[in-house]
Ligand binder design. Structure first.
Ligand SMILES: [Fe+2]
Ligand SMILES: [Fe+2]
Length: 550
């Protein structure tokens, strides 16, 4: 017979204890899987109440309060029991106890925390005279409740230190089988061992939760310290990382909540949101590997290069002036024999030549001023967008420079001044672009937890474009993670709208969105994501509480 055909009567019934054990183990596993201290405490209290049939219960954990000693002395730590949560089937309130309990014999929970011993009381109003602790009836009087049996168990750490207390009250028992009438009985030894077992699991779960919280805190502080390092390098981009993180996380949360359009099925877990946040905060970390003069380059020429050109122009001016006077003198000298016979005419001719030379010098100097002005104009970022005739300027300089025999611009300077957009030469642009690879290398060396494993990959793709024209991997379309596609939108938006940087003026929100749409229509940015970014007004979020450095 196959198992399925076996008659039911032959099946060995599962013993109730076994069943309870199975449930108990699976709930234990659930408790141990919790990463939040609060969730562990909640679960443990509910489980302790349910498994002992208690009417109510409370849970406390030990907290070290900083307490000022005498003035000037170092603050000392004072250990107290802090109330976390209370549940009672009869009282519909969750805030039933005072916030702090002293760790001493004045209360049962305080005594258990002090001694680390379990206390089981059958009737708290009939404590023996020599009891080391007393029962505080304030709660009963206030709530009109009658506490009778109590089971209080310490929660101990792996080092056997008390870290909390769980207290159950009034074990409920049916008066008779088949009746609904309940009376309050005493907690059994079995209840005690059950709650003690729960408490020992709690301590493991709490230690795990604390470890998780410590790891999260460690990552958070590390990320914040890294952001400080990036922004200290370039104060003009201060707040950029924070704002990109706010925008990208907000966009992700919006996408997570929508149920129409091509991204209606995209959902992000809280861990994935945290991953996006960290990737955004650190996306430009690699900029710390870019040389400072390049990173902060405000104009096409470095100041010393511009100064050299201005000095050459001064030399040209001096050379031209000296040359003009020299040729005037030479002309005068060559005309001298005729001077004696036509004195009047010579004098006026001489005056005429003098004025002519002066005018020529003035004209030359005017041209030089024009060149100075035009070079300064060409030196600015993105002048080419405003119809700047760089070729005309180069020809003008070339002619002037040939006439006077003075070099004004080297080939490299000509190339730099002819940069059509921004201020960077192709080599410098490559150097700046290398920040993405630096970011990736740096982030790849960090032992991220599994939940944050994609931080390096997301940050690595923040300059990729859908049409493959981005860098450094030249990824296309869907091969760019959606998180990076979202970040690309936030990054460009913030770079455009941020307060003036040395090398560019800030643009209005409307203009920035137009530019983003243009990029989208050119096949570079994800227009669907952009639509959500604009329609949900995500771009308006990061205006407050932005940290500023420098
Ligand atoms: Fe970047
Ligand atoms: Fe950026």
């Amino acid at each position: 017979l196959s198992i399925r055909q076996r008659p039911l009567s032959n099946v060995i019934p599962i013993r109730p204890e076994l069943d309870r054990k199975v449930t108990h183990n699976s709930e234990m596993a659930r408790i141990l899987a919790q990463h939040e201290t609060g969730e562990v405490l909640d679960l443990i209290l509910d489980k302790a109440i349910a498994s002992t049939n208690a009417e109510g219960g409370s849970i406390y954990f030990i907290q070290e309060l900083r307490q000022d000693a005498f003035s000037g002395a170092l603050p000392r730590l004072h250990r107290v029991l802090r109330f976390y949560r209370s549940v009672n089937l009869l009282l519909n309130s969750r805030n039933l106890h005072s916030e702090f309990i002293e760790i001493d014999g004045r209360s049962i929970a305080g005594y258990v925390a002090m001694t680390g011993e379990t206390v089981r009381i059958n009737d708290c109003y009939k404590l023996p005279k020599n009891s080391p602790f007393s029962f505080d009836d304030t709660f009963d009087l206030r709530e009109g409740y009658k506490t009778k049996s109590i089971l209080t168990v310490p929660i101990k750490s792996s080092q056997n230190k008390v870290i909390g207390v769980v207290q159950l009250v009034n074990k409920r028992r049916k008066v008779r089988k088949g009746t609904k009438k309940i009376d309050i009985s005493r907690f059994s030894k079995q209840d005690t061992s059950l709650v003690e077992a729960l408490a020992s699991q709690t301590s493991i779960a709490l230690e795990n939760a604390k470890l998780s919280a410590d790891i999260a805190k460690l990552f958070e502080s590390f990320v914040q310290a890294s952001v400080t390092a990036i922004e200290a390098r370039d104060p003009s981009t201060s707040g950029h990382s924070d704002r990109v993180a706010i925008l990208t996380v907000d966009l992700a949360k919006t996408i997570d909540s929508i149920s129409i359009g091509p991204y209606k099925n995209i959902r992000f877990t809280p861990q994935q949101i945290q991953e996006i946040r960290y990737a955004s905060l650190l996306h430009d970390f690699g900029k710390i590997g870019v040389r400072e003069p390049v990173l902060l380059k405000a104009k096409k020429l470095f100041p010393h290069e511009l100064e050299t050109i201005m000095l050459r122009l001064e030399t040209a001016q001096a050379k031209n002036e000296a040359g003009a006077w020299r040729s005037l003198v030479e002309n005068l000298l060559s005309d001298q024999p005729a001077r004696h016979s036509h004195v009047g005419h010579d004098h006026s001719n001489c005056q005429h030549n003098l004025i002519k030379t002066q005018n020529e010098i003035n004209q030359f100097n005017k041209n030089l001023d024009l060149i100075r002005m035009k070079i300064n104009e060409a030196n600015e970022s993105q002048v080419m967008d405003e119809d700047f005739d760089i070729q005309g300027l180069m020809k003008f300089i070339q002619d002037l420079s040939a006439n006077v025999g003075q070099l004004v611009l080297t080939e490299n300077e000509k190339k730099l001044l002819s940069i059509p957009r921004g201020t960077l030469s192709p080599e410098e642009r490559r150097e700046i672009e290398s920040h993405v690879s630096f970011t990736f290398q740096f982030l790849s060396q960090i032992a991220w937890t599994d939940a944050l494993a994609n931080v390096p990959g997301i940050a690595h793709a923040h300059h990729e474009k859908l049409d493959g024209s981005g860098y450094p991997q030249k990824l296309q379309g869907d091969s760019i993670p959606i998180q990076s596609r979202m970040m690309a939108i936030s990054d460009i938006y913030d770079a455009l709208t941020a307060m003036d940087r040395p090398y560019k003026k800030a643009v209005s929100s409307e203009r920035a969105i137009d530019i983003l749409y243009k990029e989208g229509n050119d096949g570079k940015l994800d227009t669907e994501l952009l639509k959500i970014f604009v329609e949900a007004q995500v771009f308006q979020k990061p205006t407050k509480n932005i940290r500023r450095i420098g």
